[in-house]
Ligand binder design. Structure first.
Ligand code: LMR
Length: 390
């Protein structure tokens, strides 16, 4: 019966906010969930989004159903903006990047028995549960930096060399979550060639385009894989780069062996969407499309996104310098990209940071760099020093 259900462990990321809310200390800082914050600690709505929403409120005439594909104009505009007009992709709108991963894994589970999902660990803590929920087996390899703080491709290349044809490699397209350490372009080329030779299937999770090296640079891996492999899936999220987190906007784009098989894969994905939720919520997708189809709103949105990227990069460097000044330098922190970095902490240190200093982060030691301010940079660096000293 339902009373046989066992209590579940807490989600390592989502549980942080609840803990912060319960903590009475006014100096508490939440370095948990990946939302962008400004210098005042707010997660602002983009001005471009507000303007698009005003336009939609004025002009939208119906909320009649669309289809499990969602807003197909959104998918066309978003994939053209993200990957360029020249890359041929079929696709559908999804419930955020998570929805895209979920649909992809469920359709993959239905094709080819014994397919495994290969994850570099650490990874986003939802990847393995999504694969498991689809009934797919999981293999892992170490996603790590070398001594200089650059991505070490050896474990991934080894995992590819020992995989079975059809295995699915989930790859973070940019701004690796949680480490911030991405392969460079030459390494990506080797990875793509190895995946192609092994007959494995890349599933690129692209949730942070615009937060790494730049808009075009952050999707270079998609273009590279598109050239290198016959079949490719890209799970795309608009949560961060349009600040639409709770509106749940994403898409799943597909390169099939040819246009017909691409469309057929999308049909299966749409059928999976139909049984799960029928069709995705519309609002956020219309917002994104309204921005992308309007030159002025696009310029405004890109300037807001560029400012976020610049702020994140400067917080990353300032924090790296604060650690350096205390003898706690971490090359992979200063060399990383995007919203996250890993603190070099032992198990138990994270709990001490919370207990002694009201600093909240997931047990993995990942921090959301956007939650740093001039004041909290010093506080976090001092707290790390104190925790190290015991
Ligand atoms: C994160 O990693 O913090 C974000 O992707 C939010 C989430 O859903 O976990």
């Amino acid at each position: 019966s339902l009373s046989d259900l066992q209590p579940l462990g807490l989600d390592p990321i989502l549980s942080i906010a609840a803990r912060v809310a319960r903590d009475p200390r006014p100096e508490r800082v939440d370095f948990g969930i990946g939302v962008y914050r400004d210098a005042e600690g707010h997660s602002p709505i983009f001005a471009a989004v507000k303007a698009a929403e005003a336009r939609i409120a004025r002009d939208q005439r119906t909320k009649a159903y669309l289809s499990p594909l969602g807003d197909t104009r959104f998918v066309a505009a978003m994939s053209a903006a993200a990957f360029g007009e020249h890359l041929a992709f079929a696709g559908l709108q999804t419930v955020g990047g998570t929805g895209a991963l979920h649909l992809a894994m469920h359709v993959l589970a239905a094709t080819g028995s014994g397919r495994k999902v290969v994850l570099g660990t650490p990874t986003w803590p939802n990847h393995a549960p999504i694969a498991a929920s689809a009934g797919l087996g999981i293999r892992t390899y170490a996603h790590r930096a070398d001594v200089g703080g650059a991505f070490d491709p050896a474990p991934l290349l080894q995992a590819i060399a020992t995989c079975s044809a059809g295995d699915v490699f989930v790859l973070h397209g940019c701004c690796h979550n949680p480490t911030g350490i991405d392969p460079n372009l030459a390494q990506w080329q080797d990875i793509a060639a190895a995946i192609a030779a092994a007959g494995a299937l890349p599933l690129i999770d692209l949730a942070y385009q615009g937060f790494g090296e730049g808009w075009a640079e952050d999707q270079a891996v998609v273009a590279l894989f598109h050239d290198a492999v016959p079949e490719l899936l890209v799970a795309y999220s608009c949560d961060k780069n349009f600040g639409l987190y709770r509106d749940r906007v994403g898409m799943l784009t597909v390169k099939g062996r040819d246009a017909t098989s691409g469309q057929m894969i999308v049909q299966h994905l749409a059928a999976a969407a139909r049984t799960a939720y029928s069709m995705p919520p519309d609002h956020g997708a219309v917002v994104v499309r309204t921005i992308l189809e309007d030159a002025e709103l696009s310029r405004l949105w890109r300037s807001e996104l560029d400012a976020m990227r610049a702020r994140l990069a400067s917080l990353r460097q300032a924090f790296a310098m604060a650690l350096e000044a205390r003898g706690l330098g971490q090359p992979c922190l200063s060399r990383g990209f995007g919203m996250f970095g890993m603190l070099d902490v032992a198990p138990g240190d994270v709990e001490q940071l919370t207990e002694r200093f009201a600093i909240f982060l997931p047990p993995s030691g990942r921090i959301n760099l956007a939650a740093l301010t001039d004041a909290t940079i010093e506080r976090l660096a001092d707290a790390l020093l104190a925790v190290r000293a015991g």
